[in-house]
Design a protein. Structure first.
Length: 327
């Protein structure tokens, strides 16, 4: 782990006739351990501002997910305290930071992984705030001798950062004894142990399938201490997400349109393949297409108000409002 820097603390009082104490142990390049009566101000750490900024971004970017945000803050706090302990010479093994993110599609797992990478980088646990996203196809080969090079290439790309394995349960196919996914798991087990000071692996997927995945791989489960569950958004949260997405694109719902979109969400949430925030974004994109078609069909000069306003008509065009549809 990179040596922590920047903690602010008051120097203990000393006799003026005494020479200045060494800040760095001779020949070590490491800060000298603090005395037992010294104090550290965690907020004065040069990385504290970056961590606080990242956590604030997470709050602003993601609606809801209170339990997820709490776990992220807990992990950040643990790492900050570990840095403080090291300054006092309280040595301990590096914490294992591999994680499992479980939840449905569109619940913010990738966004949280990116913010987690920023936190880990700020605190010196990885070399770069980088997330390399892969799926089974990026790791598993199609013939003998192909899987190891593919997996090691992905690990090399993620080195010094975070390897995010989406739909990780597809690596385990017990019905196929000759499947090469097990080879990937074996390589990951080795790298997760040997390179845990230079690589964080995050496994992501649906809760029930991920439970099966870990139960079938006890060696893997023992190397993943942090399991974070991403719950589906409720109706009010999804409507708030829609408002944020519309505003980010410099649009707005008129009063009736927002009511209709609320009705749209009620209907869409009951249909198959609903993907939380991802479905909300797709619905807004289709509303914009219908708005554009409507505006072009007006055959008149357009003002700014025309261009920024999404109307009820633009939303009612969705096939969700017709029978037997999952649009």
């Amino acid at each position: 782990m990179e040596t922590p820097k920047g903690f602010g603390f008051p120097r203990p009082a000393k006799d003026e006739s005494e020479p200045d104490e060494a800040i760095v142990e001779e020949g070590s390049g490491q800060p000298a351990p603090l005395g037992d009566d010294a104090e550290l101000d965690l907020s004065a750490d040069e990385s504290a501002a970056r961590v606080a900024e990242t956590l604030a971004c997470l709050e602003a970017e993601l609606v809801g997910l209170a339990s997820v945000k709490r776990r992220v803050r807990e992990i950040a706090s643990l790492l900050q305290v570990d840095r403080a302990r090291e300054r006092f010479g309280l040595t301990a093994s590096n914490p294992t930071l591999h994680m499992s993110f479980t939840g449905g599609p569109g619940t913010g797992k990738t966004t949280v992984a990116m913010r987690m990478a920023s936190i880990l980088h700020a605190l010196g646990y990885i070399r770069a705030p980088r997330v390399h996203v892969v799926t089974r196809d990026d790791l598993v080969g199609q013939f003998i001798g192909h899987t190891a090079p593919k997996t090691k290439e992905a690990l090399a790309r993620a080195a010094g950062g975070v390897l995010f394995i989406d739909e990780a349960y597809y690596l385990f196919r017990p019905e196929n004894e000759r499947d090469y996914g097990q080879e990937v798991i074996e390589i990951l087990l080795t790298e997760m142990e040997n390179e845990r000071g230079d690589l964080v692996v995050i496994f992501a997927g649906y809760p029930d399938r991920m439970a099966t995945f870990f139960s079938a791989n006890p060696g893997l489960s023992s190397r993943v201490p942090h399991h974070i569950e991403f719950e589906d958004y409720n109706h009010a949260e999804l409507l708030q997400i829609a408002d944020l997405m519309v505003a980010e694109e410099n649009f707005r719902f008129d009063e009736q349109a927002r009511e209709v979109f609320s009705d749209y969400l009620t209907r869409r949430m009951q249909r198959p393949n609903f993907s939380n925030a991802r479905s909300v974004r797709n619905a807004i994109e289709r509303s914009r297409l219908r708005q554009a078609r409507r505006l072009v069909g007006l055959n008149r000069p357009l003002g700014k108000e025309d261009l920024v306003t999404i109307t009820a008509e633009d939303i009612y065009g969705s096939s969700v409002f017709t029978a037997d549809s999952s649009d």
